[in-house]
Structure formats: structure tokens, C-alpha cells
Design a protein around this ligand. Structure first.
Ligand code: AMP
Length: 288
């Protein structure tokens, strides 16, 4: 835990400290919330800045949520650096950072995704328990913090979809706002897990964003067959020797498999293991 707060940033290291801080915010002011697992990069910081410029007050949480890791090794190796994170958040004009202990996040209220492909396919299929674990903790944060606005990255498009569904059902006054995926200059989507890539794996990791670019090229070139586009996407990923988990076209408004035609907005979603590191990416396409 950080020894002391950088100037301008309030550290909330327990649920009690959060409650007191929340109670001091006058009624009628907006409160923006950005949940993170720390090891912050520009993707997180862009959401934090978006929150700070949209809302009267902003709080960012840092909590490596054990419930959303099926793989205990991935959990224990997840990078953690709260001291550096706090310095970055102070620079992003965030008011407070909530760093709960696991006991602060204990909840009797487990939240399950609504039924349908978003609850059963893609991330839900390859990371059993992940979606429930994520929703349970995000729902608990919503309950404890009572934000008026919550900010999520489009990089985790399925998560964003599920959180929107949960918010509509259980937190109807909360506005969920999406931020665009932030990338390295060569296209690799920023991820805390990128720090675990070897120099060689870093080259192979480019396969994810490159496959999305190949797909976009095929779409712009007039290809409209869903099966053909999915094949192009998967083939481009496989070429780089990464271990593909899924390469799918998804209807962006329902998160069902895209089809029967690609008339509305749809998303190409990919997940692959590169070395021992699991990476995901997606690209919104189609629509007006
Ligand atoms: P995480 O710390 O991975 O749980 O991510 C916390 C939030 O940051 C989630 O809403 C993610 O979607 C978002 N995020 C992660 N990576 C990026 C990125 N490259 N661009 C934009 N948002 C991101």
C-alpha cells in the first residue's frame, strides 16, 4: 500500500474511509467511478481523465479481484504497483483512490449475467466464473460507492455490455459511459498483462490488432459473408502462431453472434494466448 498520498489525492484504504468520504460529497454533485485492477496505463488513465472532466468528483478503485480469475497463477502474477498508480491518478486530477482489502469487498450478493450469449460465450466460455466474479465485484463497488457515472473501456466489450445490463436492471440511475481502446503506436491494445510479454512474444502479440485490421480491410473491400470474415480473422491470427481462443463477429447491440446479415453495428472480438499471457481485443464495425 502507498505510504502517503500524493498531493491532491485522497487514499481510501477501507470501506469505512470510503463511506465517510462519500458522505461529505454534497447531494446533487455528480460522482464518477472508474474500477481498475491497478498497474495503470494510459487506457485506465484516459478513463480517469474522462471521469474527472465529466463529473464533480472522481474516485478510482484498485482491486485485483480474485473472483474474476479462474487461473490462480494469472491472479498471483498479475502486476501490482499501487504507489506508482497513485502518482498517476493524482496527475489525472482524480480526487480519491479506493484500495479495499478483500474483507472490504465481501458480499453476500452474487451477481450473475443475464442469460444469453454474453453470459455463456467468448469470455464466459474461456474463463469460467469470470463474468459472475466481475459483476459481483463491480456490483459491490456500485453499492458501496453510489456513483452517478461509471466509466469502462471498450477494450473489454463483453464486460461493458454485461455491466450495462446489470446497471439497467439493478442501478437504474447510474450512467455507464464507454471510453475508446487506447493502443500503442503499432496497434497493440494497452493491457496490464503486456508487461509480462517477452520481447519475442510482444511481436507475436501484434497479431491481435493486425488480424482486426485485416478483417477491416476485407469488410471495406466488400466482403459481407459472416463465415468468410470469421475465417479471415482466425487465419490472420493463427498465422502468427498465437493460441487462438476465439475470433468471432458479434452483434454490438445484443452481444449475440452477428447475423444473419451485417446490417447494424457489429464487433469483431478476438482472444488469444501469447506465450503464457492471455490477451483480448476487438473492433467496432458496420452500422450507419
Ligand atoms: P482492468 O484494470 O484491466 O480491470 O481495466 C480497468 C478498466 O480499464 C476497464 O474498464 C477496461 O476496459 C479499461 N481498459 C483496460 N485497457 C484499456 C485500453 N487499452 N483502453 C481503454 N480502456 C482500457
Amino acid at each position: 500500500m502507498p505510504a502517503k498520498a500524493p498531493p491532491g489525492l485522497t487514499l481510501l484504504e477501507s470501506r469505512g474511509a470510503l463511506r465517510e468520504w462519500r458522505e461529505d460529497i454534497p447531494e446533487g454533485l455528480s460522482l464518477g467511478f472508474v474500477p481498475t485492477m491497478g498497474s495503470l496505463h494510459e487506457g485506465h488513465l484516459s478513463l480517469a481523465r474522462q471521469a474527472a472532466s465529466t463529473c464533480s468528483k472522481t474516485v478510482v478503485s484498485i482491486f485485483v479481484n480474485p473472483l474474476q480469475f479462474g487461473d490462480s497463477e494469472d491472479f498471483s502474477r498479475y502486476p501490482r504497483d499501487p504507489q506508482a498508480d497513485c502518482a498517476l491518478l493524482a496527475d489525472a486530477a482524480v480526487d480519491a483512490v479506493y484500495l479495499p482489502e478483500p474483507a472490504d469487498m465481501e458480499t453476500m450478493l452474487r451477481r450473475f449475467p443475464a442469460e444469453g450469449p454474453a453470459a455463456e460465450c467468448w469470455e464466459a466460455e474461456f474463463r469460467p466464473g469470470h463474468c459472475e466474479g466481475m459483476l459481483t465485484v463491480v456490483g459491490e463497488f456500485f453499492r458501496q460507492i453510489g456513483p452517478t457515472h461509471a466509466f469502462f473501456g471498450e477494450k473489454d466489450a463483453q464486460q461493458l455490455f454485461l455491466v450495462r445490463e446489470m446497471a439497467a436492471a439493478s442501478f437504474p440511475s447510474l450512467e455507464v459511459i464507454a471510453g475508446p481502446t487506447v493502443r500503442e503506436a503499432d496497434g497493440l491494445a494497452l493491457s496490464s498483462r503486456n508487461a509480462r510479454l517477452t520481447a519475442n512474444d510482444r511481436k507475436h502479440a501484434l497479431a491481435l490488432s493486425a488480424s482486426l485490421a485485416v478483417l477491416a480491410g476485407a469488410w471495406k473491400g466488400g466482403e459481407r459473408g459472416i463465415a468468410v470474415l470469421e475465417k479471415i480473422l482466425a487465419a490472420s491470427l493463427e498465422q502468427e502462431g498465437v493460441q487462438v481462443e476465439y475470433a468471432s463477429l458479434v452483434d454490438d447491440s445484443t452481444f449475440h453472434p452477428a447475423g444473419p446479415s451485417l446490417s447494424g453495428p457489429w464487433r469483431a472480438c478476438v482472444a488469444a494466448r501469447v506465450g503464457g499471457v492471455r490477451l483480448i481485443d476487438n473492433l467496432l464495425m458496420g452500422g450507419p
